[in-house]
Design a binder for this molecule. Structure first.
Ligand SMILES: Cc1cc2nc3c(=O)[nH]c(=O)nc-3n(C[C@H](O)[C@H](O)[C@H](O)COP(=O)(O)OP(=O)(O)OC[C@H]3O[C@@H](n4cnc5c(N)ncnc54)[C@H](O)[C@@H]3O)c2cc1C
Length: 590
């Protein structure tokens, strides 16, 4: 189809992404009578939120004493003091309300005998600012994300949200002043192209776990929204902080939720020792994720790993008894039986750290507005563009996310972004004229992948990228390793220019999607490894063997990576909360 004949549809708000973040925002907008479109490259209930197991944090105090201020302290400490304290306060205060909303939307949370919502202990949670373990994670057994996503989808159907299922967003569309005015998308099934014009656009495209070979993330988590932002000239923030979850199934990467340790599971090495006693004497197996991942990695490196290759440790659950496992962790039990042939009620599970969560992302404020630094001012709002969920960096997770805080983040800030959009729409009542050059660029980007036949294979390049990131930007880093990573990604980006897709008509569109996703992954990989090479300290998930200490004098700042010329900039951490005193940086001990 020629570019002039591509159909156009107009909406008040376009949301790219139908995970928890996108659907929560869509619901708020549709209920406010906004005309909202949600585009998703997979059927909405297959979005990756569906995989969330353990639960979402909120200080409900249903099991143990708790309050939002303790939750805030734990989140600031968990972030290794890089999180913005205004956003963290906002999130922790909003948490109980957001949980009750979800309950009313139909989420079947697990219950206590008194009928209240069940809450389990998770890593990095404490009572009274670092005291005894707290129990703050609200769960629907170990299928919390599934329950949340399905409830939100059903509510959106009721509210008459317009869905574009299995449409791939190629790029953002802009006017000649750089304001974002929608997106160029295509139907993966038919190849039909569509220009969606919108007064506001919200990116809710999730994380980029496909950067790594061993990952808990689905094939769809390719950082598309982050790459769209980079191509639109916007920076990505704090990309060096990538979370490796301590308990992935060894060699395969599937997640065993932290909830398994929350229910009383623990890690042992080849000698049968409870290894976390060595690394986190107080919190032990419920220390923060970065701490537990480094501990496992160190045990294996020092020869105390299990199995013939001594390349993993064991997670013991059998002492919990079959009833607890079946009631609280039925999905985990099933995963182990299906993929390992092991029943965790009888045998320990072989585990090793696996790539899990993108802490960095598109910089936003706590209203979900995308913000970018301009000369001499720390931030400027990009009119009409919003981001929420794992693709955004607000930043509530800083250098290390606490388990159970992501589902909370996507719901709190999906909702907040929608509320801001509702206000914005009161002032912006008409569609602005599009810069047709931006349509042409997106069209050409898609049609570059009409090329089939001989040349570099997209599949091969994708494998090599994942291997390069795993080898050069993993749990422990040095300058030499990271510089190798930068070189490797640069070479792959060059080779990508000659790549071709499979010449197989039945799979033509999916092959085009894979190529577009790989281009996105390459940009996000560069942002990640380049930012990691620049940060000369160890903080949270970013562990530098050559700079082992946290350096608050030099590095209490956010990194901003721009695609053009691989340029870096920095901006200050917002250490001032909204209504309480700041939590100043302290040594982070668990
Ligand atoms: C296995 C696993 C378990 C987890 N468990 C927990 C937990 O217990 N608690 C917790 O707090 N966190 C957990 N997390 C993290 C949490 O689930 C995610 O961070 C969160 O669900 C991300 O939600 P999202 O809405 O940002 O994105 P997603 O749910 O990933 O949705 C992204 C959406 O964007 C769409 N999309 C992307 N690119 C395009 C494109 N180019 N065009 C069109 N559509 C596009 C996708 O189709 C999808 O609809 C877990 C993560 C994993 C991997």
């Amino acid at each position: 189809m020629s570019i002039q004949n591509i159909p156009r549809r107009r909406f008040d708000a376009l949301i790219i992404g139908a995970g928890g973040g996108g659907l929560r925002a869509a619901l708020q907008l549709a209920e406010a009578d906004a005309n909202v479109a949600v585009v998703s490259k997979v059927f909405p209930t297959r979005s990756h939120t569906v995989a969330a197991q353990g639960g979402m944090n909120a200080a409900l105090a249903n099991v143990l004493p708790d309050n939002w201020h303790w939750h805030m302290f734990d989140t600031v400490k968990g972030s290794d003091y890089l999180g913005d304290q205004d956003a963290i306060e906002y999130m922790c205060r909003a948490a109980p309300k957001v949980v009750y909303e979800m309950e009313h939307f139909g989420v079947p949370f697990s219950r206590l005998d008194n009928g209240k919502i069940y809450q389990r202990p998770f890593g990095g949670q404490s009572q009274n600012f670092g005291g005894e373990q707290a129990a703050r994670t609200c769960a629907a057994a170990d299928r919390t994300g599934h329950a949340i996503l399905h409830s939100l989808y059903q509510q959106n159907i009721r509210a008459k949200t317009n869905f574009f299922d299995e449409y791939f967003a190629v790029d953002l569309l802009k006017d000649d002043e750089g304001n974002v005015l929608g997106a160029f998308v295509f139907n993966i099934h038919t190849g039909e192209e569509l220009i969606i014009e919108a007064k506001t656009t919200l990116l809710a495209t999730g994380g980029a776990g496909q950067l790594y070979r061993t990952t808990t993330n689905a094939l769809i988590n390719t950082g598309d929204g982050m790459a769209m932002a980079l191509r639109a000239g916007l920076p990505l923030q704090d990309m060096e902080f990538f979370q490796f979850h301590p308990t992935g199934i060894a060699g395969r990467g599937m997640l065993i939720t932290e909830g398994a340790r929350g229910e009383g599971g623990y890690l042992v090495n080849a000698k049968g020792e409870r290894l976390m006693e060595r690394y986190a004497p107080k919190a032990k197996d419920l220390a923060s994720r970065d701490v537990v991942s480094r501990a496992i990695y160190t045990e294996v490196k020092e020869g105390r790993g299990c199995g013939p290759e001594k390349d993993h440790v064991m997670l013991k659950l059998d002492h919990l008894g079959v009833d607890v496992i079946q009631k609280r962790l039925p999905g985990i039990r099933q995963t182990c039986i299906t993929f390992l042939g092991i029943d965790p009620a009888e045998h320990p599970i072989p585990i090793y750290p696996t790539a899990h969560y993108t802490m960095g992302g598109i910089p936003t404020d706590r209203y979900g507005r995308v913000v970018t630094p301009v000369k001499d001012t720390p931030e400027e709002v990009v009119n009409g563009l919003y981001a929420a969920g794992e693709c955004a960096c607000v930043s509530v997770h800083g250098a290390n996310r606490l388990g159970g805080n992501s589902i909370l983040d996507i719901l709190v800030f999906g909702r907040a972004a929608a509320n801001h959009i509702i206000d914005y729409l009161k002032d912006v009542r008409y569609h602005k004229p599009m810069d047709e050059n931006s349509v042409t660029q997106a069209y050409e980007r898609l049609h570059r992948w009409d090329r089939t036949g001989e040349g570099e294979s997209v599949e091969q390049l994708r494998k090599e990228l994942k291997r390069a990131m795993e080898d050069n930007c993993g749990v422990f880093r040095t300058q030499e390793i990271l510089d190798n990573g930068i070189k490797a990604v640069q070479q792959l980006q060059e080779r990508m220019k000659d790549a071709r897709i499979r010449d197989h008509s039945a799979l033509f569109n999916t092959a085009r999607v894979e190529a577009l996703e790989l281009e996105n992954l390459m940009d996000v990989a560069m942002a990640t490894v380049y930012s990691a090479g620049a940060r000369h300290e160890s903080r949270g998930a970013h562990s530098r063997i050559d700079f082992p200490d946290r350096d608050d004098m030099q590095w209490m700042k956010h990194t901003l990576f721009f695609k053009e010329g691989n340029k870096l900039d920095f901006k200050p951490v917002r250490t001032k909360p909204l209504s309480v005193a700041s939590f100043p940086p302290k040594a982070r001990v668990y």
